[in-house]
Write a protein that binds this ligand. Structure first.
Ligand SMILES: [Zn+2]
Length: 451
């Protein structure tokens, strides 16, 4: 049983949210941008050898920090005879054991942080396994991540993004801060917003950039709106699977550029699609390795499982974490966009379906993912360790399968939350189960339509 009560946990998160609204963060962020901005902005344009040198130094620091401060790593690394200060070469690092999601779930709360109050700043991920994990995030990681957003949009817009621009996020919950020194503003709409309202909002506010899920963007496209008429130039999609063909089609329909972001809550930005359509690894956000199903490291050019180390966060360090997606690192390392980091291919996110109501309306998968997040955010249901799957077998019926996590679930509230999305005429059945009906490892999908 968790050693942090439901209420203590919820209070901590609330405290963290209001803490991050203090003006001091804005000042500190602006200062960081002034001091380290140019290094950060050009980091990926350095020769790859320099990037690798920096990474090894950072990894060595992170491993020692985790070994010294985080019980999970203390135990894990002691078992393989790790001695502080021994990451001097890449081979030293590659000897460390992998980290599995189950360990993060089991280790919550005390084993995965230095101090349980570190959960004041935290994030929840359901990742590609659909199972929720809560990790603590350090303030420095939030700052660096915020500044890397500036670099992301600068890179993906081909250098057009500037301080006066606004990015509209149509997403699960807003980012911790919504500007840097009054500039680089971020606006936010939840994906549970009706698409007509979203389109109206875009027409009124004219954001130059939008970041959202591909299934939500499809909904926007289905209204027939041409986003270019309202000042939008680029849409970044993420979190769900989308392929180049689908993005090209959306780009044509909406008359804007559509590029992909490959990211996860545990690892932050993994790779970004540049205007030349290469996926460049964000080499200073996380360090990526590719391994086969037995954990053997694969050379460049071979497709395998993504293993990542978060280079930003120290509150819950994520070191050699099995992310689970399948990709390959190509041997091609140079791109005319100027990025010298490694390039990956075959990025596949979560494959999900839309759900069809009995009135014929299609509801994007992202809305159901967001409802699951809202069990925590809106309905105060701690979701740590919880696993879910929405399945539609016929129009008018929706089954939700849930494996309970660390905390007891409030099923009526969960059921009620689903009715904020689907009409009351839909028969919603919530099943508490020990195993999800359609779960085949990396093929897991959180929203499935079978009929
Ligand atoms: Zn490029």
């Amino acid at each position: 049983m968790a050693k942090i009560s439901k209420n203590e946990y919820i209070d901590l998160i609330k405290k963290g949210k209001s803490y991050m609204t203090l003006p001091v963060h804005d000042e500190k962020l602006q200062k960081q941008l002034e001091e380290s901005g140019s290094n950060l902005m050009t980091f990926l344009n350095q020769p790859l050898e320099d990037i690798r040198k920096w990474q090894l130094k950072r990894l060595s620091y992170l491993v020692d920090y985790a070994f010294d401060n985080i019980p999970l790593y203390r135990k894990k690394y002691s078992e393989v005879g790790y001695v502080k200060g021994s990451i001097k070469t890449w081979d030293d690092f590659f000897k460390l054991p992998y980290l599995y999601k189950e360990e993060l779930i089991e280790g919550f709360p005390n084993e995965i942080v230095k101090d349980v109050n570190d959960f004041v700043l935290s994030t929840r991920s359901s990742g590609s396994s659909g199972e929720f994990v809560t990790i603590a995030v350090s303030e420095e990681a939030i700052y660096k991540d915020t500044l890397q957003t500036i670099r992301q949009f600068n890179m993906q817009s081909g250098g057009r993004y500037c301080a006066e621009d606004t990015i509209l996020y149509i997403y699960t919950c807003p980012w911790w801060v919504n500007n840097v020194g009054g500039k680089y503003k971020q606006d936010y709409l939840p994906t549970t917003t009706k698409v007509e309202e979203t389109v109206k909002y875009i027409m009124e506010t004219k954001p130059r950039y939008i970041s959202t899920y591909p299934t939500y963007l499809e909904k926007i496209a289905s209204t027939g709106v041409k986003l270019s008429n309202y000042g939008v130039e680029l849409v970044i999609v993420h979190s769900e699977q989308s392929n180049a063909k689908q993005r090209n089609m959306l780009a044509e329909l909406l008359d804007v550029n559509v590029l992909d972001e490959y990211s996860s809550e545990e690892l932050t930005r993994i790779a970004l699609e540049c205007p030349k359509h290469h996926y460049h690894l964000e080499e200073d956000a996380c360090f990526i390795e590719i391994v086969d199903k037995n954990g053997k490291k694969l050379p460049n050019g071979e497709i395998g499982i993504v293993v990542g180390t978060n280079l930003l966060n120290t509150a819950t360090p994520i070191i050699r974490y099995i992310q689970g997606d399948l990709v390959k690192i190509t041997t091609h390392e140079k791109c005319t966009c100027g990025d010298n980091g490694r390039i990956i291919e075959g990025v596949k996110g979560r494959n999900m379906d839309s759900i069809i109501t009995d009135t014929g309306e299609s509801i994007p998968a992202s809305c159901f993912m967001d409802i699951a997040y809202n069990w925590f955010l809106v309905y105060n249901i701690p979701v740590h360790g919880l696993k879910y799957q929405f399945v539609q077998t016929k129009i008018g019926k929706l089954d939700l399968y849930i494996i309970e996590g660390k905390y007891t679930l409030d099923i009526p509230t969960i059921k009620e939350s689903i009715y904020t999305l689907v009409p009351r005429t839909t028969e919603v059945v919530v099943h508490k189960v020990n195993k999800l009906p359609y779960d085949q490892g990396t093929k897991y999908r959180s929203v499935i339509r079978l009929g």
